[in-house]
Design a protein around this ligand. Structure first.
Ligand code: NAD
Length: 369
């Protein structure tokens, strides 16, 4: 038995943002509130869409940190309630989109943000139009949002079909301004999504097909966009890869590379994609022993074996200047126990096709020297 449920209407294309007004009309939006990345306020794009949409956009906030916090959501919730918005526009990377999803749920439920992350059942949310400006998270087509509790030093995910955006406007032009290092970090997240989807218990033929296509596009185009951010064709392909990987893991969830990443971000400030990539190569090799098709997939992706694919990933991390060793992150031997325990406690650790034991996680981290 397998299922595939994907309610997001995806509009993909260079310049698609130009059609925002007609999308708002089509969705009968009366008053929208924009959650935007601060970069888009600085470069005038938020102002531009406000001018184009006239009175429909009633306000905005850009007070959203990378790895959005509970406080970021609380402050957005207050503004949205005060304005009485009937739609949220999430204009930014994964951080902004996730903040918007949590805001949409908290406003509709009239609840505390803390309730959302404490496991409250979410069954309604304000409609969201997601406009990604990074090629990485795929959050525009997923039903999850990841929030950080900085006081507790943890990242927690919330899930509900209610927070799937109504519409995703994926316009690759918006990613042209992403700096080199962020391009690498967000882009490698696409590969983490593709391979986590393939190694999930919930993988099926449809999600494997999506994940393979996403991986194929990213393997070909990520090195190109990192070495030349002005390569429009490659930028376009990376935006496509990001959304397609999102379509895959929106069904399967993520697995070990993500489970191991949260503590690296929450405690050691490693950006999301870089944190996932840190152990990704090891988990692909681990999973290939359980799912032999992964060897066939590696060949379809142009590698002789899964081991060579993992080598390629490691090599790209080195070229991109991403962290590859525990010492790069500042983790010493004494910290390893906590890092492993935190990784094991992530719900997605049990979503891998094979049972992952604490000793497996320790082995993976110990190999990063
Ligand atoms: P991000 O949204 O944190 O943005 C990273 C940096 O890029 C920021 O400094 C931002 O200002 C800048 N930026 C964004 N767009 C830009 C542009 N067009 N030009 C120049 N700079 C730009 O990074 P991200 O990787 O997109 O998102 C990471 C977050 O998404 C994490 O919190 C992660 O946990 C979450 N995430 C969520 C899902 C999901 O399905 N909900 C999936 C993966 C990751």
């Amino acid at each position: 038995m397998w299922k595939y449920y994907q309610p997001v209407n995806v509009m993909f294309g260079e310049g698609e943002l130009e059609n925002l007004v007609s999308h708002l009309n089509h969705l009968n939006v009366k008053k929208a509130f924009v959650l935007a990345d601060s970069f888009l306020v600085e470069n005038g794009l938020v102002k531009k869409i406000q001018q184009k949409t006239g009175a429909v956009i009633g306000g905005f906030t850009s007070d959203i940190e990378p790895n959005p916090t509970i406080q970021n959501v609380e402050s957005a919730v207050n503004m949205v309630k005060e304005m009485g918005a009937d739609c949220l526009i999430a204009f930014g990377g994964g951080s902004v989109m996730d903040c918007a999803k949590a805001t949409a749920a908290a406003v509709a439920h009239d609840c505390d943000v803390q309730d959302l992350i404490s496991g409250m059942q979410i069954n309604k949310a304000l409609p969201i139009i997601a406009i990604p400006t990074t090629a990485g998270t795929g959050s525009e087509v997923t039903a999850g949002a990841v929030l950080s509790d900085k006081e507790k030093g943890i990242k927690t995910a919330i899930f509900s079909p209610a927070i799937f955006p109504k519409l995703a406007i994926v316009d690759p032009v918006l990613t042209y301004s992403v700096p080199k290092k962020v391009t690498a970090i967000t882009g490698i997240d696409v590969l983490a999504h593709a391979f986590d989807a393939m190694t999930s218990k919930k993988a099926n033929d449809v999600t494997d097909a999506l994940a393979l296509q996403a991986a194929k596009l990213a393997i070909k185009n990520l090195p190109k966009v990192v070495s030349n951010g002005l390569d429009k064709k490659a930028r376009n392909q990376m935006s496509k890869a990001s959304t397609i990987a999102g379509l895959a893991f929106s069904q399967t969830g993520t697995t070990a590379s993500h489970a191991c990443s949260y503590i690296l971000t929450a405690k050691y400030n490693v950006p999301h994609g870089e944190a996932c990539a840190f152990t990704l190569d090891s988990w692909i090799k681990f999973s290939a022993k359980i799912k032999p098709e992964l060897e066939e997939y590696a060949q379809l992706l142009g590698f002789e074996t899964v081991d060579r694919l993992a080598d390629w990933l490691n090599h790209q991390k080195a070229i991109f200047g991403l962290k590859r060793n525990l010492s790069d992150i500042g983790i010493n031997k004494n910290d390893l126990k906590d890092v492993v325990e935190a990784s094991m406690s992530s719900a997605n650790m049990t979503n891998n096709i094979g049972e992952i034991k604490q000793s497996d996680v320790l082995k993976v981290f110990e190999s990063k020297v």
